[in-house]
Ligand binder design. Structure first.
Ligand SMILES: *Cc1c(COP(=O)(O)O)cnc(C)c1O
Length: 447
């Protein structure tokens, strides 16, 4: 049995797949919060380069990957697809479980897949510095790596709880030449406003986004980058699913299930979107998006227009949201603590194409531990949600089914959270409905 399915570098996809023209229902447009009218794309130019805005709105089915981006991708791509035969044996399933391993990138997750092209398209328009937020630190690391590859400056606002929990992330970001500040910070008005209210505030992704957007909007030569949620981010991540399709074909497999964890939705969408045409053509593929019960935007959020950030600086986007004022509990899967979700993914959840599931962090760490002790690799706490969902799916699936889950990143810099798990110090948070209802009152009126 072949357990490690690799592709030659010459098979690296040359185009990303754009799902926008294939969506079963049209995507709700972003709105201008002042007027409630569809946003004029020009308004985005204060914070994004034209090249990326074009991709954000494109109706071209395939978008070429520039040669210099392919060149950097080849440092780690194509990534392997691995049959988790030992995990299958341990849980006694007759299902075939594969995982697409995005942990082999230089920074250990799928995030460089979009960090590199984002830096590239900014640089092409004369931008010299990129600002961004980071939750668990994976995105800030990926962007500082991409900026180093393309000789640009990088400023990262890191959610304070992660800044404190994950000191090694700061060191990597700095070692690539990036600068990093805990958020809320005193560098921005948005950060200062929150600190005046609550000097101990541990931050949230929504707030860190406000700080990074403000930095870009108020400094010439600086643009903002987002590591998830937006259409162009999902587009760049489709390289994952495009490779997976080739790899499955090489071993004569058709997937019955595609599974991934969801923070903002980019890794999961990157895996499943390239299979969307097959699914819409009638192939029986079940797509499962796994999120934490402590931040259950897809399973319990409202599907409506909301701001992407806490300070209400972004356009309104239609998504499953817990409300932009939502402050998630301090779970260890920092990358899954976002109040909203990618509009493309929400559109597919609403259309019934994608099924969301929510899990407690202890059951996810338990799944991660089983995975590590069978397959040998230590997953990121975010990734453990996909593993939990894969194991549960294998238990319930028709015998002999096949599935692919996305191994979004390794956990070698998340050891403090594993220690907390081993010591029984992890709490399982289930969000009371009152908290969701309260946070949703902050949503704007537009439905
Ligand atoms: C950021 C991150 C996630 C969540 O982000 P998505 O945009 O939903 O993919 C998941 N896993 C890892 C390892 C991450 O770094």
């Amino acid at each position: 049995m072949q357990t490690r399915i690799t592709l030659p570098q010459s098979d690296l996809p040359t185009h990303w797949y754009n799902a926008l023209p294939d969506l079963p229902t049209p995507l709700a447009p972003p709105l201008d919060p002042q007027t409630g009218e569809a946003l004029d794309p020009q308004q985005l130019e204060a914070i994004f380069p034209r090249g990326l805005i074009e991709q954000e709105l494109s109706s071209e089915p395939l978008i070429p990957i520039p040669e210099p981006v392919q060149d950097i991708y080849r440092l780690w791509r194509p990534t392997p697809l691995i049959r988790a035969a030992r995990l299958e044996k341990a849980i006694g399933t007759s299902c075939r479980i594969y995982f697409k391993d995005e942990s082999v990138s230089p920074t250990g997750s799928h995030k460089p897949n979009t960090a590199v092209p984002q830096a590239y398209f900014n640089k092409a328009e004369g931008i010299t510095r990129l600002s961004t937020e980071t939750g668990a630190g994976q995105w800030g690391t990926a962007l500082s790596f991409a900026c180093r590859m393309l000789d640009m400056h990088c400023t990262v606002y890191m959610v304070r709880i992660s800044f404190e929990q994950k000191p090694y992330r700061q060191i990597i970001i700095k070692s690539y030449g990036g600068e990093i500040f805990p958020s809320p910070s005193r560098r921005t008005k948005s950060g200062s406003a929150v600190l005046d209210q609550d000097p101990e505030c541990k931050g949230s992704l929504g707030l860190a986004i406000s700080e990074a957007v403000e930095d870009a909007a108020t400094n010439l030569g600086t643009k903002y980058t987002l590591g998830s949620v937006l259409n162009h981010v999902l587009l760049h991540q489709t390289i994952i699913g495009l490779e997976t399709r080739q790899q499955l074909q090489a071993v004569g497999e058709k997937p019955d299930y595609l599974i991934g964890c969801v923070g903002g939705g980019s890794n999961f969408a990157g895996l499943m979107l390239p299979f969307l045409p097959l699914k819409l053509a009638g192939e029986d593929i079940t797509c499962i998006a796994a999120e934490p019960k402590a931040c259950p935007s897809l399973t319990r959020g409202a599907y409506r227009y909301d701001f992407g950030d806490m300070a209400r600086l972004t356009p309104l986007i239609k998504m499953h949201t817990l409300g932009h004022s939502f402050m998630p509990a301090p779970i260890h899967a920092g990358g899954l603590r976002y109040h909203g979700n990618a509009p493309v993914l929400c559109n597919l959840v609403d259309a019934g194409v994608v099924q969301p599931r929510a899990y407690f962090q202890n059951e996810c760490f338990e799944a991660a531990r089983l995975f590590q002790n069978t397959e040998g690799f230590l997953p990121a706490p975010e990734t453990s949600h996909a593993i939990r969902a894969a194991i549960e799916t294998a238990e319930k699936a028709r015998p002999g089914s096949s599935m692919v889950f996305l191994y979004s990143g390794h956990g070698l810099l998340d050891l403090a959270s594993y220690e907390a798990y081993f010591q029984g110090r992890l709490e399982d948070y289930e969000l009371p409905q009152g908290v969701i209802d309260e946070a949703l009152t902050s949503c704007p009126e537009w439905e």
